[in-house]
Design a protein around this ligand. Structure first.
Ligand SMILES: Nc1nc2c(c(=O)[nH]1)N[C@H]1C(S)=C(S)[C@@H](COP(=O)(O)OP(=O)(O)OC[C@H]3O[C@@H](n4cnc5c(=O)[nH]c(N)nc54)[C@H](O)[C@@H]3O)O[C@H]1N2
Ligand SMILES: Nc1nc2c(c(=O)[nH]1)N[C@H]1C(S)=C(S)[C@@H](COP(=O)(O)OP(=O)(O)OC[C@H]3O[C@@H](n4cnc5c(=O)[nH]c(N)nc54)[C@H](O)[C@@H]3O)O[C@H]1N2
Ligand code: SF4
Ligand SMILES: [Mo]
Length: 702
């Protein structure tokens, strides 16, 4: 890809954990310098549009605060005194500490810990190769998708759905529990096009008037954790008013008669009492979707970050099945395409070495794990050594006080491989500087769309930073496993081999074509050949405990949360953190537009636009508590408390508080972030973190 002249435009893909996975055109100004980043016009999903934060990526790549040298802790943990160390010595130190941990407590005392700072399959998942080769503790990934995917699969049997580009031919688009304007802007590109070109109506369902709600023709603002009730009432109306597609139901679903009988008592008045919506709002929604065959349900993650998130997703997905929306072009539903790509990652992951007998630990329960809570350790040894890549758990993980207490343990060695001195890096023993996506080769899949995309190296990294791949490979050499399958190959070799074994061509072909469109044909995407169960029928009555699902925990962990409360037909499941006398408010920690999880909270462009950490408080609540705009308030619950500034508004319902993040912990008045308040208790039935489901107290602090 090296071109002798500058500037030129290089092709890439966005590496962030965002369903859009945009195809990018990067302006390359010099061998080591980028300019503007744009969305690829020729990509049918990206369609030339990307978010502002990635358009400004030069600000991040060339940030003066970027980590450039390996650094060893000098003072006490978290004190901030660092000394430079060479790469060789740093890697030797990690290996030495991993070996020591293994000798003392066994290999399961080492926990490689990662997530989705980059979604590139090589740079993200390669850490598992080292894990499996060494029999280190497994990671049960639970922080993001569990409730959403579980709820979808419970009904449809697999993760795919109507082509997201089909929204262009929809007459109604229901954007349910996703703040698409902020979190996946391309949904809006396609939805707004349908509105312009064919007068499509856009419905948004959320708990506050975020940017997406403000763009909607119908904005349904409900109480957090009550989406199941809304879905039930809409299905009740469909049966009541003759909008249920009975032919479709008979062919494609398991028990329509049972569902109809069950819903008889779930009418709009019932749902109004639960959701806080008016009966009129619910009737109007039900009528709109019931009388618009080409209704596209775009179901997001946000509404599933509640303790009833899995059944809520399943209830919402049941609605298009009742209406038969799946039959129509521009109709049906979509959440994730995770199952369509079929890329065989075994080599990258070192799957041949995976030992099912090795203990798994829950990623979201990092706090309880590191503070040695027995049920979090699953009978194994304490964790005494970690390598952290692509994630910032001291900021993003629930029960932050426990995470911090754990990371501060003197008997724990933590190496953090990072691009910035994050909240997590600050607590490490060793910090290694990492490349950014334009500086390394990788391959990406679009969870919220249909392409596999290549993101090749387009500029040279600073001389002293290294890729995740390099760190994994070098540690493997020092730990004696470099001869195991998957090791000893370059990123490009791994990508090429994976494409070949997966029947997706070669790297050279992908490089020439930029992306591969993996969209299944219409009938498959719309499940017109049946849903992914042996009898082909959508499950209104899922087998929660018995089903296979992508996020199902390994048998050693078993079912999670109050799973025995799940069962039967769609309903409102009252397992959320209801308010009580001591905690009269419900707090949601919704993503900010200019940040991506904790990423971009370090760039000036994003920080200036976001302002400062705030609690959005309803005017009525503020008046009652004597809180004025800009006052300092404390929010708290049994897990702890944080102080931040008040923003008095009517964007959410009274009793609901919204905080948009993720701000760095240090941006809060007491140096502790919003995840002090969120719970790490696993959500039923397959785990996950309920980030938007928190009961809190609130008081004015001055
Ligand atoms: N700008 C930006 N973009 C992002 C991210 C980010 O942090 N910032 N994060 C990325 C990641 S990792 C992911 S997984 C995706 C997630 O993207 P989304 O699918 O959009 O999910 P969330 O952002 O968690 O929440 C979306 C909306 O759901 C609302 N919500 C909360 N509880 C409820 C409820 O009970 N019912 C309903 N109807 N709505 C509710 C929230 O207030 C929020 O407005 O976005 C990605 N994109
Ligand atoms: N309160 C609250 N908490 C939340 C959420 C919420 O809605 N509310 N959302 C949750 C969700 S959905 C998710 S997915 C998690 C996400 O949590 P994380 O995966 O931790 O989120 P990110 O901030 O996207 O990425 C973490 C780090 O990866 C680093 N990174 C990026 N690329 C590379 C690389 O190539 N190499 C290395 N070594 N590092 C790299 C970045 O610098 C960044 O610091 O957060 C969860 N936490
Ligand atoms: S963060 Fe999302 S919307 Fe922004 S460029 Fe990346 S994939 Fe596209
Ligand atoms: Mo996520």
């Amino acid at each position: 890809m090296n071109k002798p002249f500058f500037p030129h435009t290089a092709h890439s893909a966005c590496p962030h954990d965002c369903p859009s996975t945009c195809a990018l055109d990067i302006e390359v100004l010099a061998a080591d310098r980028i300019g503007r980043v744009r969305g690829a016009e020729e990509n049918s999903y990206t369609a030339g549009v990307i978010c502002a934060k990635v358009a400004r990526y030069a600000e991040r790549l060339h940030h003066p605060g970027r980590l450039l040298k390996p650094m060893r802790r000098l003072g006490a943990k978290g004190e901030g005194a660092w000394g430079e160390i060479s790469w060789e010595d740093a890697l030797d130190l990690v290996a030495e500490r991993f070996v020591a941990a293994e000798q003392r407590h066994g290999a399961e005392a080492v926990w490689p810990y990662f997530y989705a700072g980059t979604m590139g399959l090589v740079q993200r998942d390669g850490i598992n190769r080292l894990r499996h080769a060494k029999r280190y503790s497994g990671q049960f990934d639970s922080i993001c998708t569990n409730m959403a995917w579980t709820g979808w699969v419970a009904g449809a049997g697999t993760l795919r759905g109507s082509d997201p580009r089909e929204m262009a031919s929809s007459d109604c688009i229901v954007i349910w529990g996703t703040n698409a304007v902020a979190t996946q802007v391309n949904v809006m590109t396609h939805a707004v096009r349908a509105r312009k070109e064919r007068g499509a109506r856009i419905v948004a369902i959320d708990i506050y008037d975020n940017a997406t709600m403000r763009q909607a023709d119908m904005a349904l603002k409900l109480r957090p954790g009550t989406d199941g009730a809304l879905a039930c009432a809409a299905m009740h109306v469909a049966f009541r008013d003759g909008h249920a597609d009975r032919d479709y139901l008979a062919t494609y679903t398991d028990d329509p008669a049972g569902l109809e009988a069950h819903l008889a008592s779930r009418d709009p008045a019932w749902a109004a009492g639960i959701t806080g919506l008016s009966v009129d709002e619910i009737e109007a929604f039900a009528r709109l979707v019931g009388t618009t065959p080409r209704t596209f349900f775009r179901l997001g993650y946000g509404f599933t970050r509640q303790r009833n998130g899995a059944p809520a997703m399943h209830a919402a997905l049941s609605l298009p099945a009742v209406l038969g929306s799946w039959r129509h072009e521009g109709g049906g539903a979509f959440h994730s395409n995770s199952d369509i790509f079929r890329l065989d990652k075994s080599e990258i992951m070192g799957a041949l070495d995976r030992d099912p007998g090795v203990r798994h630990l829950d990623q979201s329960r990092l706090g309880p794990v590191l503070t040695n809570e027995p049920d979090a350790l699953f009978g194994g040894p304490p964790v005494t050594a970690m390598l952290v890549q692509n994630t910032n758990p001291a900021n993003v993980c629930p029960e932050q006080r426990k995470v911090r207490a754990g990371l501060m343990r003197d008997d724990l060695f933590v190496c953090v491989h990072e691009q910035f001195m994050t909240d997590t890096a600050k607590l490490a023993d060793l910090v290694l500087p990492a490349t950014m996506f334009p500086e390394h080769d990788d391959i990406y899949r679009g969870g919220g769309q249909n392409h596999i995309l290549l993101g090749p190296k387009v500029v040279e990294p600073p001389e002293t930073v290294r890729t995740n791949h390099f760190v994994v490979e070098e540690l493997a050499k020092r730990l004696g496993v470099a001869d195991r399958p998957g090791f000893g190959r370059t990123e490009r070799e791994l990508i090429d081999a994976m494409l070949l074994t997966s029947g997706r061509g070669t790297l050279a072909e992908l490089e020439a074509g930029r992306w591969i469109d993996c969209q299944p044909d219409f009938a498959d995407a719309h499940f017109l050949n049946g849903f992914a169960w042996t009898d082909g029928k959508f499950r209104f009555k899922p087998d929660w405990a018995g089903m296979a699902a992508p996020n199902r925990p390994p048998p050693s962990m078993g079912l999670q949360g109050p799973h025995d409360r799940l069962g039967g037909f769609p309903d409102h499941l009252a397992v959320i953190e209801e308010t009580d006398a001591e905690h009269p408010f419900r707090l949601a920690t919704s993503p900010a537009r200019q940040f991506l999880n904790s990423t971009f909270a370090e760039t000036k462009g994003s920080r200036t636009r976001e302002g400062r950490p705030e609690a959005m408080i309803h005017v009525e609540d503020a008046e009652r508590l004597g809180i004025a705009e800009g006052d300092v308030v404390a929010l708290g619950n049994a897990r702890g408390s944080v102080r931040l500034h008040a923003k008095v508004t009517d964007v959410a319902k009274p009793g609901v508080v919204i905080h948009e993040g993720l701000w760095a912990n240090g941006d809060f008045l007491d140096g502790e972030g919003i995840n002090v308040l969120t719970g790490a208790d696993p959500v039923a039935p397959f785990g996950g973190a309920a980030f938007h489901d928190n009961k809190v107290w609130m008081r004015r602090e001055g």
